[in-house]
Write a protein that binds this ligand. Sequence first.
Ligand code: FAD
Length: 469
Amino acid sequence: MTNSPIILWFRRDLRLTDHEALSAAVRTGRPIIPVFIRDPLLDELGAAAKLRMGLGIEHFGAELAKQGSKLILRSGDALTVLRKLIGETGAGAVYWSRLYDPANKTRDIQIKAALKDNGVEVQSFTGQLLFEPWTVETKTGGFYKVFTPMWKTVRDRALPMTLPAPGTMPTPADWPRSENLNDWKMAAPMQRGAEILTQYCVVGELAARDRLDEFLEDKIDSYVKNRDIPGVDGTSGLSENLTYGEISPRQCWHAGWQALHNGKSGAETFLRELVWREFAYHLAHHTPHLLTGNWKSEWDSFPWNKEENHKVEAWKQGRTGVPFVDAAMRELYVTGVMHNRGRMIVASYLTKHLLTDWKIGLNWFADCLIDWDPCSNAMGWQWAAGSGPDAAPYFRVFNPVSQLDKFDPKRSYADRWIAEGKKQPTETARSYFDMVPKHWGLSVSDDYPAPIVDIKDGRERALHAYKTR
Ligand code: FAD
């Protein structure tokens, strides 16, 4: 029996509760060395996601310290770092929670093989998803390309109960050296927006559980109606915490089922939404090009407009002159999240009214979202553009003007985010101007712009391009 330490490599699983890898490591009784590695994949994160990841690491390190443990921080190529740590500590095993997006998966497969070749025990565990993507298949053994049949297949599957946080964590006799998180400068790419964005972040597993409880207590009964209304705080907000693993999808799933049994209307819809996240990973597992190119190859010849860069800039800056689009783009910039209806509207507007390649929007979201998820983001963009699976037909072009009338009739959302032309703009609307890069040259006293594209003409142009592609 070995008593060599186990390196527990944390990534997007910054929690102690319902953590399979942690529980397995504790069961061995061997010393545990929790590690977080700033590797090239972490450095590639967008500005907002990087800031948020930094907050998550800081918080989780403090939680581990309360347990008498420690989060060891190291930078570099992950395999090199792990080998070095193994050399320094005499660790005999490396455990982690599996990640399923193509980039992380490729890296992990290589690391697992290399460490095993070195005689190191490597174990990966479930935790980021409800269902391992390869365990969900159609009756003929294929994968799901449409959401509803997948939902029907997984809906009634039994899942193991959640695991409690371990009471104690065995520690090594000597801790290896750790880098200082401040030196990683995780907030630096956000520049002057960092301070305001930070105020909107809800960090850590306790905060995530409070969020879930509050949702189940106060919001779930009106969820079906309110989840579509951007001016109402009617959804769980949990995408942020699920992204960093501060809550497990299984915790959300069991809570959702409990609510369903308690007769809470909205519970079934919440469970369905959790499965949309699974669907994104299921698709990415079977068709990794979901993240990088048109899911439907017939879209490769689509005549995207490459001539009107200034209009794309106006879209990014929330200055299209279309209030729903502009409000949502500013919400994104200030808070790092955007209401789901907003995401659909701005994605439709960019890809259809502005005829812009969805990858440009995908990348902007990756830079601005604190809940950035490589698979959900790609699926969302391809869905909106029409190039993805389960897509809305291309001719279903959202009209951002009538959508505002329908979902924000009293303009509470638009007013929250648009300052120009208002005698007393809201604090949130003003804060946008304090955050954006100075070289954008925006001022709260600017006039609100005229629409950069006529809504009807834009729609006609998009439909024409689609028919003649
Ligand atoms: P709730 O309504 O409370 O839903 C509960 C959970 O279900 C969410 O936290 C999320 O994990 C999941 N979920 C809900 N809707 C979807 C969906 N359409 N697709 C996948 N999962 C879903 N979601 C992200 O988490 N990260 C992204 O980067 C992301 N990018 C998107 C880009 C576009 C263009 C679009 C149209 C959607 C995108 N979404 C993304 C999905 C969705 O907008 C967010 O998950 C949702 O707004 C999060 O708010 P919430 O946690 O309050 O959701």
